[in-house]
Design a protein around this ligand. Sequence first.
Ligand SMILES: CC(C)(COP(=O)(O)OP(=O)(O)OC[C@H]1O[C@@H](n2cnc3c(N)ncnc32)[C@H](O)[C@@H]1OP(=O)(O)O)[C@@H](O)C(=O)NCCC(=O)NCCS
Length: 196
Amino acid sequence: MTLIQNDFRADVVAPFAGVVSEPEIYIADEAPQDFFARETLLDAAFGPARFEKTAERLREGRLPAEGLALVMKHGALLMGTLRLWHVDAGGADALMLGPLAIAKPYRSRGFGRRMMAEALFRAFAAGHRAVLLVGDAPYYEAFGFSRRVTRGLMLPGPVDEARFLGLELAAGALQGVQGLVRATGRLEPARLREAA
Ligand SMILES: CC(C)(COP(=O)(O)OP(=O)(O)OC[C@H]1O[C@@H](n2cnc3c(N)ncnc32)[C@H](O)[C@@H]1OP(=O)(O)O)[C@@H](O)C(=O)NCCC(=O)NCCS
């Protein structure tokens, strides 16, 4: 668990004022009991069309990468989610990042950046060599993501190419890679039963 400096003051805290100490904000590994709160947050952030996104084709039926499914919580309240997924990027092992969402009342306070930093640090520390994502370049360029390293790659569906970005955690990890990005993560238990 990573504690975040808690300078957040909001209505959600007010009822507790003077009664209990202010809840901490922290990043932790996602747990099975976070399922409903995470899905509710993602529905609110992206709407039902989220399941139609091309990036979803690389996530459906798979489990996220070990140690790289993160939640941010304010006390017991889940207010952030970020997950990364194993993919093959034209013959190179890589991670696909997303979705990232921060609950509306908590936005523009650096929590999204904090989750990104934690996830990228964990990915680097675990020896992962590259991260891909589909997202807004103005937000993700700050972490070093660029279109330059994904030019030879294709996603399994339509995508605005300017939003298909990559980051090398190991120098040259995406150099010269070409081809389709494919999901390689572990299958969800239900998919495993279907495949058996
Ligand atoms: C994108 C998101 C995760 C950012 O979280 P956050 O905690 O608000 O981000 P931070 O506080 O670290 O950064 C906020 C800054 O990023 C900017 N920003 C937010 N979303 C942006 C975007 N899509 N493109 C460019 N800049 C963006 C904000 O304008 C803000 O700038 P400011 O600090 O000058 O006001 C959050 O807005 C969110 O959940 N949005 C809905 C879901 C989504 O679009 N997810 C990203 C696609 S996977």
